[in-house]
Design a protein around this ligand. Structure first.
Ligand code: IPM
Ligand code: MG
Length: 359
């Protein structure tokens, strides 16, 4: 297995936050992490340069890498591109699909230091530790047929929500295994009261359950799950769901923790390759201002070390460094609260690096 890491900074705040994460990665290399790091273009920047949000050269490098660190893609500059296949998001979706990165792990953990930054009451969110397992290469995001066409004198838009049993089983196993390593509770989220595809989803989850007798499986409709997430989020341990529901619920879960700027994610395939990215987007409104929160990207490096390089000690060291910086009262603007010191993107990177070295 190669020891290559491909860094894809992307658009908007992507380059600023990956720059800070790359400094931490370099510090890990100095401590013996044996990896080769290279960079490439993806998203809007790649479109501007090559007319393609996922140029062949980038895809080739991605295929050859053991792990990919991605910042974010997209921005208003490219929002008017009519051809969806040229949109920056297509760079990201194309990577996920081409590499078969079906298993998306999105942890939502509340750092006790940030309880005040959550829009929910501290007593509702304190101790929150949820893992959302989102299917990432199927469902309505990729189903065929899709398009916009003329029917009976008007334009009609359509997409297809489709999952095969094997796709459901594959993500189900990831989620059951994850629950096994955590609180042993798995909630499968669907819309089985309306959509056949999720009736099948529920059936397959039920069929797997006896193989994991130590895990308690429950089912919830997605609308109820959205409500429960903001009503009583600590009832959840692991949530497993399809691509689109997972997209929506993971943003909601992220915000429970105070800021979407804190949350890393991992997307894994069957051959052990992984792509690691912050859950937030490219935030074009604050791009280039040195105010974005780099912590989700830095924590994505920690996830990478844990899942792709089996380096739990270095991963733990990064996470502890982030904890230390928060303890010291440093905050980027998105997580600032009374009595804390607001710092820039680079200052936050400096502080995490210093804490990492000092631990
Ligand atoms: C995410 C993002 C992407 C998605 C977009 C940028 C295509 O929202 O990773 O959650 O919808 O999957
Ligand atoms: Mg999303």
């Amino acid at each position: 297995m190669t020891r290559k890491i491909l860094v894809l900074p992307g658009d908007g705040i992507g380059p600023e936050i990956t720059a800070q994460a790359s400094r931490i990665l370099a510090a890990c290399q100095a401590r013996g992490l044996d990896v080769e790091v290279e960079e490439a273009l993806v998203g809007g920047g790649a479109y501007d340069e090559y007319g393609d949000p996922l140029p062949a050269g980038t895809l080739e490098k991605a295929r050859a890498a053991r792990a990919i660190l991605l910042g974010a893609v997209g921005g208003p500059k490219w929002d008017r591109l009519e051809d969806l296949s040229k949109r920056p998001e297509k760079g990201l979706l194309g990577l996920r699909k081409s590499l078969g990165l079906f298993g998306n792990l999105r942890p939502a953990i509340l750092y006790p230091q940030l309880a005040e930054a959550s829009s929910l009451k501290p007593e509702v969110v304190s101790g929150l530790d949820i893992m959302i397992v989102r299917e990432l290469t199927g469902g309505i995001y990729f189903g065929q047929p899709r398009g916009i066409e003329e029917r009976d004198g008007e334009r009609v838009g359509f997409n297809t929500y489709v999952y095969s049993e094997s796709e459901i089983e594959r993500i189900g196993r990831v989620a059951f295994e994850m629950a096994r390593k955590r609180g042993k509770k798995l909630c499968s989220v669907d819309k089985a009261n309306v959509l056949e595809v999720t009736i099948l989803w529920r059936e397959v989850m039920d069929r797997l359950a006896p193989e994991y007798p130590d895990v308690e499986l429950s089912h919830m409709y997605v609308d109820n799950a959205a409500m429960q997430l903001v009503r009583a989020p600590r009832q959840f341990d692991v949530i497993v769901t399809g691509n689109m529901f997972g997209d929506i619920l993971s943003d909601a879960a992220a915000m429970l923790t105070g800021s979407i700027g804190m949350l890393p994610s991992a997307s894994l395939n069957e051959s052990g390759q992984g792509m690691y990215e912050p859950c937030h987007g490219s935030a074009p409104d604050i791009a280039g201002q040195n105010i974005a929160n780099p912590l989700a990207t830095i924590l994505s490096v920690a996830m990478m070390l844990r899942y792709s390089f089996d380096e739990p000690a270095l991963a733990g060291r990064i996470e502890a460094a982030v904890g230390k910086v928060l303890d010291d009262g440093l905050r980027t603007a998105d997580i600032a609260s009374e009595g804390t010191r607001t710092v820039s993107t680079v200052e936050m990177g400096d502080a995490v690096l210093a804490a990492f070295e000092g631990l």
